[in-house]
Design a protein around this ligand. Sequence first.
Ligand SMILES: *Cc1c(COP(=O)(O)O)cnc(C)c1O
Length: 224
Amino acid sequence: MDTIAENIKQLREKIPANVKLIAVSKFKPASIIKEAYLAGQCVFGENKAQEMTEKYQVLPKDIEWHFIGHLQTNKIKYIIPYVTMIHSVDSMKLLREINTLSEKNNRIVDCLIQFHIATEASKFGFSFSEVEDALSDKTFYQWKNIRICGVMGMATFTDNQSLIRSEFKTLKTYFLRLKENYFIDQPSFKEISMGMTDDYLIAIEEGATMVRIGSAIFGSRTLN
Ligand SMILES: *Cc1c(COP(=O)(O)O)cnc(C)c1O
């Protein structure tokens, strides 16, 4: 068995069946993604709109493409026709634009609200009060071509396991509060996207429903 297939098999043994594995294939060529696909992985995550679109065009059409990076409004148009879920909605302006383009494409696009849970200043995402403000505004409910399916977050890049765990707990709390206050009657609001190669086991313990894993499948990003 080749290495990618072996890596996927080993991950699947550690990830419960009800947690979705998103194989983060950023910077990897289509040929490598095809290897993972042939090993049974058909959900991939990318963080650049044009790169994802080029891969979408040449790869099998039953692949689910998840967008996980910071999305610029002028790039939304490339991915809207085919994207399965946008994990990284980090502003209401972006969400409004996604809605507009989804409407033009006659689609309803699944989105997650990205929260800033890490201590680093550089990571994108909302604070909880920003989201509450937006959800209290009626204009949000006029956007019929987006479906908010849950939350996403990235923990601090650190060896401090208890800090990572507490950040994931925070994200879970945000999820529950939003669910109870704004989405209680919406069964599709159910996803918590958290956990990467170094912290996915903690994320799963803290309630992740989706993990986004790159290096553990494809090897270190910088060496390829
Ligand atoms: C790159 C990336 C991942 C995967 O990271 P690994 O450590 O390689 O597993 C997950 N989420 C986001 C948002 C990423 O940019």
